[in-house]
Design a protein around this ligand. Structure first.
Ligand code: TYD
Length: 207
């Protein structure tokens, strides 16, 4: 049996962690065989790469190095965690994947979608999720909801202007990749979670 690969995307403070936790509770209740994992990280080697990327002291890191490190962490995590789980027939829910690189490094850092697509297809050999859920809330609204950014995190500390570019980067992907479905996050966390669950049903990911 072949599993399904679902990735969850969104800007800083979009509520990904909360939504994934609520989703996991429902999947468990319904007896679905699944794992939850995250990028960058999710395996020993990839977590070590994550520490280098996010370390606030690494101010000299150039954009290309950052993009390549994300791609390196991604392929390690894919081979070690995602693909084995899929081949056991599990549903894999992954917090961030290649669309984060397209939005953050491609759009906001300015490397362009094409550069990110090239290095990731080289690294991953075209490994595409079955469904990508984009939690659609602007960074301004998200930061207001969570009362500001985490200044110790090198990416999160970049300021509203950077995160607006990330947001526009995500919006630019919606037409390009039909696998990405936007979920509006204006309501309560429960309402958003109901929408996500319904989406998984509508797409035939769960019964
Ligand atoms: P994390 O603390 O996991 O943030 P979040 O809870 O918002 O997911 O840190 C991951 C950071 O890495 C986040 O700022 C987004 C960024 N990122 C990229 O810039 N490119 C990528 O390819 C990925 C996977 C993450």
């Amino acid at each position: 049996m072949k599993g399904a690969f679902v990735t969850v995307e969104g800007c800083e403070g979009s509520g990904k962690s909360t939504q994934i936790r609520l989703l996991a509770e429902k999947l468990q209740r319904d007896g679905v065989d699944f794992i939850v994992t995250r990028e960058p990280g999710g395996s020993d080697v990839a977590e070590q790469i994550r520490t280098i990327i996010l370390d606030g002291k690494n101010t000299s890191m150039c954009d290309e190095c950052e993009a390549l490190l994300y791609a390196a962490a991604r392929v390690q995590h894919l081979r070690e965690i995602v693909q084995p789980a899929l081949s056991q027939g599990k549903l894999v829910i992954c917090d961030r994947y290649v669309d984060s690189s397209l939005a953050y490094q491609g759009a906001a850092r300015g490397l362009g979608y094409e550069y990110i697509e090239d290095i990731n297809s080289f690294a991953l050999k075209e490994f595409s999720p079955n469904l990508t859920i984009f939690l659609n809330i602007s960074p301004k609204a998200a930061f207001e909801r969570k009362h500001g950014a985490d200044k110790d995190d090198r990416i999160e500390a970049l300021g509203l202007e950077f995160h607006e570019k990330v947001y526009r980067g995500y919006l630019g992907l919606l037409d390009k990749y039909p696998r990405i479905c936007a979920v509006e996050c204006g309501g309560s966390k429960w309402e958003t979670n109901d929408k996500i669950y319904q989406l998984l049903k509508d797409k035939g990911i769960i019964g």
